[in-house]
Design a protein around this ligand. Sequence first.
Ligand code: NDP
Length: 483
Amino acid sequence: MTDTKLNYIAGAWTKGISEIENRNPSDLSDLVGMFTQASPDDLQRTLDQARVAQAEWAAYGMERKQAVLMSIGNEMMERAEELGILLSREEGKPIAEGKGEVYRAGQFFTYYAAECLRQLGENADSVREGVEIDIRREPVGVVAVISPWNFPTATASWKIAPALCYGNAVVWKPANATPASAVALTEIIAKQDVPKGLFSLVMGSGGTIGQQMVESPKVDAISFTGSVPVGKGIAAAAIQNLTKVQMEMGSKNALAVMDDADLDLAVTLALGGAFGGTGQKCTASSRLVVHADIHDAFVEKLVAGAKAMKVGHGQSDGTQLGPVVSAQQLKENLAYVELGLSEGAELACGGVRLDMEHDGFYMSPGVFVNTNNDMRINREEMFAPLTCVIKVASYEEALAVVNDTNFGLTSGIVTQNLARATHFRRNARTGVVTVNLPTAGTDYHVPFGGRGDSSYGSREQGKAAAEFYTTVKTAYISAGTPL
Ligand code: NDP
C-alpha cells in the first residue's frame, strides 16, 4: 500500500478529491506513487492565501529572500543523485540526465538567490525643473506556473526561482505525468522560512484545474511551457482578465551541416541533439539540413551512430535512450513514422517499437532520409526520437530551409567557415542560435525563448526574467518648497 502524496495548499499538505497513479515508463510494474488531485475549492483557497502571503513576502528583506532561494538550490544540488533517480523513474530519461537536470534546477535557485541582491532601478531628471524620477520594479503578484513533463524539475525551477526572487507568490500545477518530482521540489520549498501559502503545489489535470487556474481573475501572471494548442487556449483565457502571460511551446529546430563541417563533430551534434532526452526536448534537432557534398558520408555515419545507441531501462547502467514518456506519446510517435513513410520519406533506421525485458514505452531512434521541408514530419513537432535529413545544394538553400517553419526556438550550423557562421548567426530566425554546438543545451544566466509559434511573451531565464515577473513603477519626486 502506497501513501498518496498530497497537494501543498496554504502551507498545509492537503488531500484532494481523487487520485492518480504514476508508473515508471521503463517498467510499468514499478508504481512510482499515488498522487492527489485538487478540487476547485482547493484552488480558490490556494489563490486567496497566495495573495495574503505575497504581500508579506514582498516585505521580506533582500537577504532573507536570498537565503531562502540559496537554501532551496543548495539542497537540490546536494540531493541531485537521489532526486535524479526519482525523475528518471517517472519520466524515463537515463539517470545521468535526471541527475543533471536536478543539479541544473538547483543552479536556477542559486542564480536567482544572487539576483535578489541585484535589484537595481534607474533614476532620471525630469523635464520639469526640480523634479527627479525613480524607476523601479515591483512584483506582479500571484503567478501561476504550468509546467510540462519532459523537464519536470528544470522547467518548473526556471519559472519558480525568478518568480520568488522578484517578490511574487507561486501556484504551481505540474504535468500529471510527472508529479513525483513536483512533490520532491515542494518538500524542499516547504521547509523554508516563507509565509504560509507563498508557494503552493496544486496537482490536477490540465483540462480541469489547469483551465480553472488560467481563467481565474485571482491570477496576475501565467508562465506556461507545453504544446501550441494548449498555449493558444491559455492565451485566450488569460486575455479575458488581461492576465500577463508567457509561453514556450516547442519547435522544429534545424541543424545545418555544411560541406566544410568537421564530419565527426557534425554527427555527434546531430545524434545528441536529435536523441538526447529520447527526442522529447523543445530544442531537439528534428531537422538535419545537410549540404549535398557531405550528405552521403554524413548519413552513413549518422545511421551507424543511431543504430549503435543503447535503448534501455532509464535506471540501467549504459542506457543512452530511455523509453518515451507515455503510451499516448508512443502511439503518436509511431503514427508519425507511418505518416513519414506515406509522405514518401525513407526510414534509414529505427522508428519501431521495441520489446524489452521490462514492459515499457520503448522505441528505437529513427532517421528519415530523402525528406523535403514541405512534409508534415518536417513541419510538426513530433517530440519523438525521430529526425529527418533534408539535402540542400548550398548554404543559401540551407538557411532558407532552416527559416521555413512556423516555429523559431533554436537553430544551429556546423561549419568551419567563419563568414558562413557569422551570416547564419545573424540571419537564422530563432531565439537561440548555435555554432558548432548542439541545438539543445542552454545556459541559465542568459535569455531563453523563441519566435513564431515557439514562444509568446517575454523571454525566460537570466536577467530577462525580470521583465515578466515584475511590473515597472515610475515615481516623480519634487522637493516641495525650494530652499
Ligand atoms: P500539454 O501542452 O497538454 O501540457 C503541458 C502542461 O499544460 C501540463 O502541465 C498540462 O497538464 C497543462 N495543461 C493541459 N491542458 C491545459 C489547460 N487547458 N489549461 C491549463 N493547463 C493545461 O502537453 P502534453 O503533455 O499533452 O504533450 C503534447 C505535446 O506538447 C508533445 O508531444 C510536444 O509536442 C508538446 N510539448 C512541448 C513541450 C515543450 O518543452 N515546449 C513540453 C511538453 C509537451 P496535464 O499534463 O496534467 O494535463
